[in-house]
Design a protein around this ligand. Structure first.
Ligand SMILES: C[S@@+](CC[C@H](N)C(=O)[O-])C[C@H]1O[C@@H](n2cnc3c(N)ncnc32)[C@H](O)[C@@H]1O
Length: 455
């Protein structure tokens, strides 16, 4: 059999799944995928990928079993016990301590499988906050690309064997026996929103205090891992924590996260994201290209963007802000939390909205210039010349728009001064004209008197 990366039969199989079943596995490590596919094929006594493709076409129900094998939803309560103890002792108190007493605490379990992970965390939070307080303050999101696993997580009912890692007092406090097994605390369950979410494709959940993504990244190719990490960086607050699986390491060309506890794979945010990071997730179709180290040309464009004296913003295809230079951030009071938010909700978006519909612009895709647009900004009322330009890559793919706000407030003030001076001049001219007329009339009168003293 040909080496994994050149196996065209295997590629054809992935292509079929992507285009006919909407299941894009191209971001997963091929070696792991092949092992999983072969496991399925052996159980069906099929020897070639080609024959397996035909089998899949004839037996649509096979897709479900294949996905179960490929997505590997092995999980457990308090998996890697020491890491959870550390989380309870060191991380959760820090999260709680960094907040006002009533402030919400936002958690995301990405790749949550059947829910063991998010319920483990809820137990720790309920222990730290008390159940009442936990119900008031904690907002959890638990997502997975496997619908069946999400259904299981929603049911929250587990076999006795699965609960072996839970101390008896917690088992009694947080689970109740049912004929189907043990069901997790119903009220606490309601703090969790479960949803389908594909980490390789979908936008992240935002303003997170803790993001758990354990034993998922390991299945992705390095370039996909790097892209997912950029999304995680977006999603986390400055003070937020990222919790990975025991054997996972961070793959990114720059250290966008810093290790908080290496052994337990707990991280905090490090450097700011750069434009190239934003582009790497905008250019879904060519991730490889986007993640190659920046070239001199790339550097040139980035520096140009950063040093542009005008405020400049980059908006992606979905209408979300994906970049703002220093000038724009300063002028519109944008914080990194605003990145990856709908542009229309932000101050520059609101200024623009009353003059042009972004949707109309997205349809037309040609440059638009607006003059003397008044806008209320963090720095008071300003006047702008605005240019909205479509951005295409070398293959003429539409990537989004670049919007430039050139501050013309000084010019506007000068123009206003000039027109008020001109108005004053006009008044003076008129007064002079009247005086001149009066003078002329007086002159005429004197002339008539000279000629005829009886006049
Ligand atoms: C090994 S389990 C890990 C479960 C849990 N996080 C833990 O550590 O116990 C991997 C999970 O990742 C999910 N997964 C795989 N690919 C995914 C993707 N592209 N987006 C979201 N979840 C994915 C699988 O469905 C599976 O539930």
């Amino acid at each position: 059999m040909a080496p994994p990366e050149t196996n065209s039969e295997f590629e054809a199989l992935l292509d079929y799944l992507k285009h006919n079943r909407g299941c894009d596995l191209t971001g997963y490590k091929h070696s792991t995928l092949m092992r999983r596919f072969q496991h399925r094929m052996q159980s069906l006594k099929i020897e070639s990928y080609n024959n397996y493709l035909q089998y899949l076409q004839r037996h649509p129900e096979e897709y479900r079993d294949l996905l179960n094998d490929v997505l590997i939803n092995v999980t457990g309560f308090f998996r890697d016990h020491d890491a959870w103890t550390y989380l309870a002792d060191e991380v959760i108190p820090k999260i709680i301590g960094s907040k006002e007493p009533d402030e919400p605490i936002r958690i995301w379990s990405a790749g949550c499988a059947a829910g063991h992970e998010i319920y483990s965390l809820l137990i720790l939070l309920a222990e730290a906050l008390g159940i009442e307080n936990c119900l008031k303050r904690v907002q959890c999101y638990a997502t997975d690309a496997d619908e069946e696993a999400i259904q299981q997580a929603r049911r929250a009912t587990y076999k006795e064997l699965e609960l072996a890692s839970i101390p008896p007092e917690w088992l009694q406090k947080y689970f109740h026996p049912t004929p189907q097994g043990y069901t997790f605390h119903p009220a606490l369950q309601h703090t969790v929103i479960f949803a389908y979410h594909d980490l390789t494709q979908d936008a992240p959940i935002s303003k997170l205090d803790l993001l758990m993504c354990r034993n998922v990244l390991i299945y992705f190719k390095p370039e996909i891992q790097a892209r997912v990490l950029v999304r995680f960086h977006f999603g986390l607050k400055h003070t937020g924590f990222l919790f990975l699986g025991k054997t996972e390491t961070l793959v990114h060309r720059r250290p966008i996260f810093t290790s908080f506890h290496h052994q337990h794979r707990i991280y905090t945010k490090a450097s700011k994201l750069e434009i190239s990071d934003y582009l790497s997730i905008a250019q879904k179709s060519s991730p490889q290209k986007a993640l190659t180290p920046p070239t001199q040309e790339h550097d040139f464009w980035r520096t140009l963007f950063e040093t542009n004296p005008a405020a400049q913003l980059a908006i992606d295809l979905n209408g979300w802000l994906i970049g703002a230079n220093e000038q724009a951030s300063h002028l519109f009071d944008l914080t990194p939390e605003d990145w990856n938010r709908p542009f229309q909700e932000l101050v520059p978006g609101k200024i623009l909205r009353s003059h042009i519909s972004i949707q109309a612009f997205y349809r037309a895709r040609s440059t638009v210039s607006l003059k003397h647009v008044e806008g209320v900004t963090a720095k008071g009322i300003k006047y702008f010349d605005i240019t909205i330009a479509p951005v295409f890559n070398a293959q003429r793919q539409f990537l989004g728009v670049a919007i430039t706000f050139a501050d013309r407030s000084d010019y506007q003030q000068l123009t206003e001064k000039l027109s008020s001076t001109e108005a004053e001049l006009d008044k003076l001219r008129e007064a002079m004209h009247t005086t001149q007329m009066e003078l002329e009339a007086a002159h005429q009168e004197m002339h008539l008197l000279d000629q005829d003293p009886t006049y």
